[in-house]
Design a protein around this ligand. Structure first.
Ligand code: 5GP
Ligand code: MG
Length: 458
């Protein structure tokens, strides 16, 4: 199971319920399948979780009754199978009369062997979540203090995990030693907030402080902040957070996503082998790179696709047979913008190539003259084992096809992917500290555990 998720935690605030709710709302793009929070006022613990969007799951909650002073929250998006109620996070347990909860963003690569070993020892699992494995490992530790147990447990994990952990004394924010997924710290009046992305801080008046370090375990409790550290490893920040996943108004890994995307577009303009009259983005994910590209090429930026913002995940269910309709409902072409023009369409990425194919067809129908496509990252050839929803190799269009073949399948007059160097140079973080496995196949943490498991075919 692969998880694209968002996590948040707050400590020492007046209305933890409302703050977590607003934060989850601003992290909604990181997962739309289910969400939840666990909070406390140091006396009672309140848990609310459900399937669906934040707005719907919390619509019946009376926030006046559950103010709370601290807590954690999660938005979840899963791909393979297990889209079930029992997998909703935060994952909550009771141990020696106290409540503990974990919310997880990322994907472990040794969960298969860890689960197998735990099961052989007699551990019973209620879910298929990696998160439950983490919980068992923590409490199996022979150490006394919770934080020692936590370190003991975490040291057995391999792969991606940005975690927020609820204890009745305070919250922990944890980032794996490779630092695959983002997690940042903000200040909130007398309290603190940790979140996958900084856009959550803006909505609630929080001030950005810093990114959680790779391998850092930050405890936020009544005595303030205290950090512990796991053994160092090769830093492997997910570059796809900048390309597609994070919101452009966020900072991830300490850097502005907007600035990074714009630079990706500028760099694309320098490399681009063809010319066009106008630049149009595929909204929303292509918007910022398209601005950078158009500005650099000194040609107009136009909105040739208009997005319907009201489309939810369930709206097209009755029409499930028609992918065309699904694509058209989300984005509609403005013929007046593109008719008889040579256009450069900017996309952040091509995964399977299926949506792109349908979108190009729509442009042709609307009378475009020549249609070129510029992609603000290199071809995605390898699956992600660290939390991004990339399918198995055989579903990735670029895994076995060259650019000419992809251009023909999608029906383009020209196709250009940003070079690996171009992509890396657009973001002001050390190039060798990025995970680029989906482009290069160089996985910084072994993925051996997945071999032989059908759904994780490499
Ligand atoms: P394709 O043409 O490969 O079918 O679709 C490309 C589109 O998928 C792009 O617009 C890109 O923004 C979007 N995309 C890239 N990565 C992801 C992801 O992890 N999840 C979802 N839902 N869409 C993605
Ligand atoms: Mg997109």
């Amino acid at each position: 199971m692969k998880e694209n998720c968002g996590v948040v935690g707050v400590f020492n605030v007046k209305e933890a319920g409302k703050i977590l709710y607003l934060s989850l709302f601003s992290l909604q793009h990181r997962g739309q399948e289910s969400c939840g929070f666990v909070l406390s006022d140091f006396k009672n613990v309140y848990i609310h979780r459900g399937m669906g969007l934040v707005e719907d799951v919390f619509s019946k909650v009376n926030f006046e009754n559950i103010k709370g002073n601290f807590g954690i929250g999660h938005v979840r998006y899963s791909t393979t199978g297990s889209s079930s109620e029992k997998n909703i996070q935060p994952f909550v347990v009771e141990y020696k009369g106290k409540i503990y909860a974990i919310a997880h963003n990322g994907n472990l690569v040794n969960s298969y062997s860890l689960r197998k070993k735990l099961e052989e020892e007699g551990t019973l699992f209620q879910t298929t979540l990696d998160t439950e494995i983490i919980m068992h490992l923590i409490f199996k530790s022979k150490k006394n203090e919770f934080v020692e147990k936590l370190i003991d447990g975490l040291e057995k994990l391999k792969g991606a995990y940005s975690l927020v952990i609820f204890t009745e004394e305070g919250i922990y924010a944890v980032k794996d030693p490779n630092g695959f997924r983002p997690l940042c710290l903000g200040k909130l009046e007398d309290g603190y907030i940790v979140s996958s992305e900084s856009c959550a801080f803006d909505l609630i008046g929080g001030e950005y402080l810093r990114e959680i370090e790779e391998g850092e375990i930050l405890f936020i409790g009544k005595n303030g902040l205290k950090s512990y550290y796991l053994k160092k490893n090769k830093i492997s920040r997910c570059i796809f957070e900048f390309i597609y996943f994070a919101r452009p108004d966020s900072k991830v890994f300490g850097k502005s996503v907007y600035i990074a995307r714009k630079k990706l577009g500028e760099r694309l303009a320098e490399e681009l082998p063809f010319k066009g009259e106008i630049v149009i983005p595929v909204p929303d994910s292509g918007n910022i790179a398209a601005i950078g590209l158009a500005e650099k090429l000194k040609i107009p930026f136009e909105m040739g696709f208009i997005r319907n913002h009201y489309i939810g995940r369930t709206f097209i269910k009755p029409f499930q047979t028609s992918r065309e309709l699904g694509v058209k409902i989300k984005l509609n072409v403005v013929p007046e913008v593109i008719k008889n023009k040579d256009i450069i369409v900017v996309e952040d990425s091509i995964v399977r190539g299926t949506t792109s194919t349908l979108r190009i067809k729509e442009l042709r129908k609307a009378g475009v003259r020549k249609v070129y496509m510029a992609i603000s990252c290199p071809p995605i050839k390898y699956p992600c084992f660290y939390g991004i929803d990339f399918p198995s190799k055989k579903e990735l269009i670029a895994s076995d096809k060259d650019i000419k073949e992809i251009r023909e399948i999608i029906g383009l007059d020209g196709l250009y992917y940003l070079s690996l160097e171009g992509m890396l140079s657009a973001i002001s973080l050390p190039s060798d500290e990025f995970c680029t496995a989906c482009f290069t196949g160089n996985y910084s943490v072994e993925t051996i555990d997945f071999k032989g498991k059908e759904q994780f075919e490499i």
